[in-house]
Design a protein around this ligand. Sequence first.
Ligand code: ADP
Length: 832
Amino acid sequence: MSQSSPFLSNDQLLEVFNYTHTATAVHVGETAIIQSANDAMLRIWGKDRSVIGKSLEDALPELKGQPFIEMFRKVWLEGMLISGKDTAADLLIDGELKTFYFDFEYRAIKNDEGKTICILHTAVDVSERVLRREAVEREQEKEEALQREQVLNEELAATVEELAATNEELVATNEELQETQETLHVLNNELELRVVERFNQLSESEKRFKTMAEGTDILIAVGDEEGNAIYFNKPWTALTGRSMKDLLAFGWADLIHPEDRDRYMNIYLSALRDKIAFSGEFRILTRKGDYRWLLTNGPPRFHADGSFAGYISSCIDITERKLIELERLNLNKLIEASSEFIALVGLDMSIQYLNPAALRKLGWANSKNRNILEVIFPADRPAAEKLLPGVLAGTNFKQEIRFWNEETGNPFWIEWNGFAIKDQETDKITAIASVSADITERKLYQEELQDINLEMAAANEELATTNEELAQTHEDLIQYTKKLADSEERLLQAIDTGKMGTWSIDPKTLEITVSGFVKNLLGLPLDEPATMDDIMSAIDPDYHDIFNTALSNALNNHSSSDNEYPITNLTTGEEKWVRATGRVFVDQHGHMTEYSGLFIDITEQKLDELRKNDFIGMVSHELKTPLTAINGFVQVLQRKAKKDEDNYEMIALEKTNSQIRKMTTMINGFLNVSRLESGKLLIEKTNFNLDELLKEAIEETYISQSSHKIILHPTCGVDIHADRDKIGNVISNLISNGIKYSDNGTRIEITCKTTEHEVELQIKDEGIGIKPDDIDKLFERYYRVQGNHTISGFGIGLYLSAEIIERHGGRIWAESEEGKGSVFHFTLPLSY
Ligand code: ADP
């Protein structure tokens, strides 16, 4: 650089820079090494030139902890400008750390490449300015504080003024209070005077009370606050016969009836505990030794100061009322418990009261909004409607009528007694009452008795007829004995003369040839040949079928025959019985040559048999009459035993009943045999369902015998036209035979088969069975299998059954294997 260069050298520049007033320094690097600092800066720092070349921290150690060193580092690294105004910095000046204020600037000086080459640090000490401003500010604050204090002082002064005013008021109030106190004092004195006066009055009143208490016939007693009685008036001592001393404290309590004592004492003592009024009823022992009912009322008493003083109790004698009440209570209980039907009805016929028995019988829950007519069985209501108005007119009624249970719909008989209830004072009818007894049972007995009476009357009538018949029979028997002698004679003659005819029919021409005996018997001319027509006209028309069947069986099947016929002598009109036996004769080719046999007069024998039958019939009939009566009475007894719940009687009567049933069956059997023999067994056909009949028969059997299991296999599902009772007898007979001839616990099976034309019933048992020899004879009259005679029976059941089935055009037969059980079959035609 030449001498003449107008530019200053670096040193010169620094020189100049030294003189600038603005404190300036140049720093380099992250640690702000002091490159140069002018005097102004050194003054601020309080340092000399020895700091040049030192890092800022080394040069001014007091800056540690202050933000400046970090600011320098930032400016160096980021090439920025940081400046501040009135910024405080603590600097060590003359060994003393002082706070100064600066406006400063740290400016990064960059080269052409933009890289920071140094930091230009300028600072102006504004401490004075800052301090002055702070002093001004402090002054201002002080001023403001003063002003605020001033305001407060003013407010205070105002408050003090107010206080002074209040104080004055207080003084005034105080004065008033004093006055009041004085008035109170006066009042108090007055009060005290009045209390004294009142006390005097009270003693006066107590005196008056006592006089009053003694002068009344109400029982009055006084108790103290402990509950002790302290006074009793005369009526008390008069009633109880005890002295006042005896009654005092709790002495009176000993006289209370033991049943009432605890209850009443409880009332009294618990009222006493709560200091409240009490009231109660009890019986007290009187001087006469009886008890009277008393009603006590005890209001509490209080002392003048309001504290509890005890009780004044007054008692009145309520014995009469109590007795009426008790009577009413008992009456009510009686009505409630009564099994009679008790009702109270308003004048509009609405029910006001029904006792529980009535509700129960009617099946009602209650009687609210119900009319009396609703209790009456609908059919009997018109009768009831006539009765009720009568009561309002003063006529009581007593009527047997039916009420009904609404739940079950069943009526029951009642003896209905209705009467009017009158108001005792006005004598006006206020309601209708009715007390009724259930007479259903009586009614039933009555009906039954009536039935039995009717039966008895019928039985008596029959008895009378039977008696007549008996007389007649007696007469007949005399005649018969006579005839027997005659017939014996005739029989002898018959045997002598061989009085037994022959007959023969030509199978080809059907011409008949008879012997003279036969002609005589039939009343045919001896000198003329007899014809088939002659024979037929002599034979009873009812037997023509039998005759024709025998003939056709002989002709077609070569069967033998043996039949009995009633005949009428065509000349004399005499009626006789004949037996015709017949046999078919064949040649060596098996062709029929003749059908011939004997004709025997069996009139006497037959009559004998008929009489026997009549006799059986009569005896059976006779037996039936008392049996019917016994049956009736047993039923009545059974009902009675059931009602009395007498088990022994019930069992005995059930057994009696079962025996009666057995006997009835036996007697009916004999009656039927007798009727059958005398041609009086009538078949009366109706249409009925066979299944129903079967069920009935099974149920009936179960009633008397439950020893076997009866099984009904698929039902028949047919209606038949037959005599229901008699077919029922057949079924019952076959079932009971099955039971009779098999072990208990075995099964009886009933099966039904239907074809287009007939229905077949099979009754099968698992019993003793029947030998093949016996099986065909079972249906004969009085036939019983040998060896079975330990089992009771007469051998008529199957005989009758066979007759009944045959008369219906059916068949009956048995299948059996000895020891394995039997099956009885019968059929009935379906086409009718
Ligand atoms: P009863 O039973 O009164 O003797 P029945 O006429 O009913 O009269 O029967 C005639 C006989 O047939 C009986 O005595 C009995 O020997 C025989 N019998 C009837 N039913 C049966 C049966 N289910 N099992 C075995 N035997 C029978």
